[in-house]
Write a protein that binds this ligand. Structure first.
Ligand code: UDB
Ligand code: ZN
Length: 183
């Protein structure tokens, strides 16, 4: 079982590297790693498990955050009454909107132990191709909160941290025509 001790923190060089593609079909070892990542998210949202193992309640996790430099991400949360629960191999943004959105409360990260204030503008809509834990090719069209979470996780595969997107002069600058997302 993964705990906070398995999650590497900012300053660790792996968080700034580009992760390697996963060879397909995925090896059992890679599938097991991805299953563990998804299980971390589920455990961390279970009040008993969270308390017992002192887990930070996570909605997404990328393999580099557990020091595995491979292109794998997990997401697990509900939005608008719909469950978004996926383990994804080699997720790729194949297209995105010009319009941007940002979480009105800013972002945090399981690998960052300090608050970083500011808006993190990201494309409002993304189309993602990936291979699921079950080995199926997926084509996901996401908007709103789910689009934000998946972009945060894919950024980790490219060595990008959320605060890289925050405007240095004015952290709370919203790009022209961008939309806040309340959550
Ligand atoms: C998170 N969790 O998991 F609205 F029940 C964040 C942390 C950094 C605060 C742990 C989160 O937003 N949880 C949450 C939010 C709710 C309701 C609820 C739980 N991440 C994932 C991460 O660091 N992945 O690498 C940060 C998010 C910020 C924007 C998208 C991902
Ligand atoms: Zn993160």
């Amino acid at each position: 079982m993964l705990t906070m001790e398995d999650i590497i923190r900012e300053g660790h060089p792996v968080l700034r590297e580009r992760a390697q593609e996963v060879t397909l079909p995925p090896a059992d070892e890679d599938k097991e790693t991805l299953k563990k990542m998804l299980q971390y998210l589920k455990n961390s949202q279970d009040p008993e498990m969270m308390e017992k193992y002192q887990l930070r309640p996570g909605v997404g996790l990328a393999a580099p955050q557990i020091n595995v430099p491979k292109r794998m991400i997990a997401i697990h949360f509900e939005d608008d009454g719909k469950l978004y629960s996926y383990g994804l191999f080699n997720p790729k943004i194949v297209s995105h909107s010009v319009q941007k959105s940002y979480l009105s409360g800013g972002e945090g990260c399981l690998s960052v132990d300090r608050p970083v204030p500011g808006f993190v503008p990201r494309p409002s809509k993304v189309r993602i191709k990936a291979v699921s834990l079950e080995g199926e090719e997926l084509d996901l069209r996401l908007k709103g909160y789910p689009a934000i979470v998946i972009q945060h996780e894919i950024d980790h595969l490219n060595g990008v941290m959320f605060y890289d997107h925050i405007n240095e002069e004015n952290p709370f600058a919203a790009p022209d025509g961008s939309n806040p997302i309340e959550r």
